[in-house]
Structure formats: C-alpha cells, structure tokens
Design a protein around this ligand. Structure first.
Ligand code: BG6
Length: 487
C-alpha cells in the first residue's frame, strides 16, 4: 500500500491560481506563511501567484503582506518572518481564459525539475481553459500535481466535465481535490477516535446506535459572496462536500491502513450506499430578518437585494443501505444565520435492554456521544451515574459527561488552519486527505436527486428567523420520529 502518491517527491515550487482572491488572502497565504514560519517547507521553496490583476512581484508581496497583517494572529507577525516569507513570493499576471499567457507563466516558473504543486482557486468556468493552458505550456508533466478548490461544478454532469478536462492532462494520482473540512484537526480526530480505541467500534452499528446527527450551523449570512452563493445554496455549498465527507468518516468500515487508497475505498462505499431521499426526508429553508450576535440583521433577500428561491438552510434524514447502518437515520442540518456557530456530530446510542433500577426511581437516559468539531473541540460521552446519598429505597441516577477537551489535553500545541495541512500534503504528495473522483461523483449523484425532488415540488424554501435553529419543518424532521435535535 502506498501512502504517498506515485510522484511523491517534495516539490520545490507552488503555483497559486486566484492568488489575489479572497481564499488566497484569508487562508492560503496565511497557511503558507505558517508552514514557512515553522520551518515545514524547504527554505528555497518558491510561491508564484497568478491572477488577472496586473501586478509585479513587488505588488504581490505588498498584497500578501497586507493580507497577512490582517489575518495572522499578533504573535505570528513578530520579527522579520513576514519579510523572509515575502522573498519567496513571485507574481505573473494571466488571463487564464486563453492559452496565450501560459508561456509567460512557464517562463516565470522557470526550472520546475524540483517539482511543481499547483493550486486552482478560481471560478469553475476557468478550470478547463486553465488545464489546457498548463498542458500547452509544459506545466502538466510527471512532476506536477494539481490541487482543485471547490466548487467543482454545480451538478454531476458539470463536475464530470471538469474532472474529464483535468484528467486529460493529469492522472488521478496527481489530482488533489480539496475539501477543507478534511484538513481540520478535529475531523482527522474522528478516525483516531474510531480506530485508535477499542471502546467504540464494537458498538458502532445498528444494534447499538439509535441515530446520528450532524450539524454544521453558522451565524454568518451572505458575507459578500452573493454571486456564488445565490447560484449554489446550502445543499451544494455545504452538504455535497463537507457534510457528506463527515458522514462518510463516521459511517465507513475500518480501513485496512491509514493510507489514501484504503481510506478512500471505504468512504466511497458509504457514499454509494446512501439511499436516494424521498420527499418527506428533506427540508429547505431561507432566513428572514432577525437577530445575529445581538444585532438586527436583514433577511437573505434583503442581503441579496432581490427576491430569491435559494436555500440557506437544509435538513435531511439520510439512510445508508448496508448491514452496519440498517434502520439508523442520519440527520443532517446546516444553515447560515443560525442561532450558533457549531459543527458537531452526535451519536445517540440505544437504551439499555433492561432497566434494573426501575421501580426505585432510577430513570435511565440512553448514552450520547458528542463530537464537537468547532468552535470548541471536544469529545463528550454522556453516561449515567448515581447521585451520591444514603437513600435506602431510591437509586437516583443522573446523566453526567465524561469529557475530553482536546484543546486542554493538547494544551500548548498550535491550532492549525485546515489549509496548512492540505498544502503541506500537496507539496509532499500525500492524497489521504483529498477527495477522489469516485467520491465526488457519488456525492453529486445523491445531491442531484434531492434537487430533482425540489424542482418537482416547485415550493419556495420555508422561512426562518435569522438567529434561530431553522424552520419549524426542520425540527419536525426529527420530532416526528420521536427524536429531537441536540441543542
Ligand atoms: C465553505 C462554504 O466551503 O465552508 C462557506 O463555501 C462556509 O459557505 C464555509 O461558510 C464553512 O467553513 P468553516 O471552516 O468556517 O466551517
């Protein structure tokens, strides 16, 4: 089994498409800076930025410096590290929609015999021409890897078209599809929890688990991304990628090894086993005016400045058709302008088969495992314990948490941006935390079927007040099964 891709050589140059964009400024440049500051990338690694904006090296260095000043924590900016980092940066303006400028880009890249890692963080419409341009300029050879940032298409067909275009120039082992959730430390911890402990795996199945909940709620609204978001909506923005990846990591069989092939083989089996949803299994909502972080905020259409049918909330009841998960619902919900920012997985276990405390006031709650991914990072197991006391007739039981706070347990270790991990893996050629084509395709197939249901229903999304937990119908999704969302 190979952990690293066939071309696993540590690359000497990074080429960043979309280098002046929002993601580059907020995440990619700060992540590269962190790798630089911690000595995790080679001292001579060069970072070449490219975008349409006409800048020279000095202009890009200035842009990067301003972005780092804005986005780095204060303790990271100290000393001359910013200056040393900026000397790694170069820039070549490029209109990626035509092949013409790519020769100049190749000339700027110069000698790439030390390996080239490309990150495409551009509009999806530029993916195909960019790949053509790279191939025509000799920037797609054996020692070149390509990282693709979402959105990779808007449905199965458009994503297959992008994947075909990319694979015409790059074989799968040199394609690194980014889902930044996989770079999060706590998401990788799901595997540590499941497969590094004896405790959980024997009860991780339909005999013991009643249901699973995955919540990714955000308090932010549109954040100036109207053009992209209004054409995407919560289902395609969050469920198609991040939430289905979380579901796959929670539900997959134990892989034979911690490597790219073994892990992705198991994830894709789960994604393919997702049962197509029926009408009553999915709820879409859109936020109206309300309150967020103690401030009045407009509704989605107010933010957008025009009427829209785009959903900013979605709740689903998913089923996985295999032996392990037979009869176990997976409830998923995500939304903008919700009550709290929270990413969390809740595994609700079944009740004990026989309550020996019955008749002595001993009320039992079924065990709950809460895996909080953000903003806090903890694993909490709710277990039953006896309340202290000398009562003879009664045994009073209470639910108490067994807490593992990851930030406390690993106090002193730096919390990393997800992209730090992913960029390092790209440069080093490790595909374990990147999404394979068959996974993306299974994800799109399932999501497309949900969108077909919505298109047939032709109903407007259900309204919810900004700052709430979503529309009433979202709550009803669990309530009618006699369950409730963990809040
Ligand atoms: C992105 C979505 O992929 O993930 C955004 O496009 C969303 O809409 C973001 O806000 C959430 O990421 P995180 O890491 O803040 O949970």
């Amino acid at each position: 089994m190979n952990t690293l891709s066939k071309s696993a050589q540590r690359h000497a140059t990074i080429l960043l498409f979309g280098a002046t964009g929002d993601l580059a400024q907020r995440m990619l440049l700060p992540s590269l800076f962190a790798l630089h500051a911690d000595g995790l990338i080679a001292p001579d690694l060069r970072i070449i930025g490219t975008a349409r904006t006409p800048l020279d090296d000095a202009g890009f260095r200035e842009l990067a410096r301003a972005a780092l000043e804005k986005h780095l924590p204060d303790d990271r900016k100290a000393g001359d590290r910013l200056h040393a980092f900026s000397s790694r940066l170069y820039y070549q303006p490029l209109d990626a929609s035509t092949v013409e400028g790519f020769d100049r880009l190749a000339a700027k890249a110069g000698d790439i015999s030390g390996g080239l890692s490309i990150v495409l963080s551009t509009a999806p419409s530029l993916f195909e021409p960019t790949i053509k341009g790279l191939a025509s300029a000799g920037l797609a050879g054996d020692n070149v890897r390509i990282g693709l940032e979402k959105p990779l298409g808007t449905n199965f067909i458009s994503s297959a078209k992008i994947n075909d275009a990319v694979s015409a120039a790059f074989p799968e082992h040199r394609i690194f599809r980014i889902d930044h959730y996989l770079g999060k430390e706590t998401v990788q911890n799901l595997m540590a929890l499941r497969f590094g402990n004896m405790l959980f795996e024997p009860v991780w199945n339909s005999a013991h688990v009643d249901h699973v909940q995955i919540t990714v709620s955000e308090t932010v609204g549109l954040e100036g991304r109207a053009d992209f978001y209004d054409g995407a909506g919560a289902l395609r923005d969050m469920v198609q990628n991040h939430m289905l990846q979380l579901l796959a990591l929670i539900a997959m069989e134990p892989p034979g090894a911690f490597d790219a092939t073994a892990i992705r083989d198991e994830k894709v089996k789960v994604l393919r086993a997702l049962r197509p949803l029926s009408e009553g299994d999915c709820v879409r909502g859109q936020y109206g005016p309300g309150t967020s972080s103690a401030k009045s905020v407009p509704g989605y259409e107010g933010d957008l400045g025009k009427p829209s049918d785009t959903e900013t909330f979605v709740a689903l009841r998913a089923r996985i058709d295999n032996w392990r998960w037979h009869g176990v619902p997976f409830y998923l919900r995500t939304g903008k302008r919700m009550a709290e920012r929270r990413s969390e997985i809740v595994v609700q276990f079944k009740s004990v088969p026989h309550n020996i405390f019955k008749g002595r006031y001993g009320k039992l709650q079924a065990n709950t495992l809460i895996i909080r991914l953000q903003p806090e990072e903890y694993v909490r197991l709710l277990v039953m314990a006896k309340e202290p006391g000398l009562e003879r007739e009664r045994v009073i039981l209470r639910e108490v948490p067994l807490d593992l706070s990851l930030s406390e347990a690993f106090h002193g270790s730096r919390r990393r941006i997800a992209y730090e991990r992913l960029l390092l893996d790209l440069v080093e050629g490790d595909q374990t935390l990147f999404v394979r084509r068959d996974e993306v395709e299974a994800q799109w197939r399932w999501v497309d079927a949900i969108r077909r249901i919505w298109a047939e229903q032709a109903e407007a999304p259900k309204g919810y007040t900004a700052g709430s937990w979503g529309p009433v119908a979202g709550l009803a999704l669990t309530e009618r099964d006699g369950r409730s969302w963990h809040e």
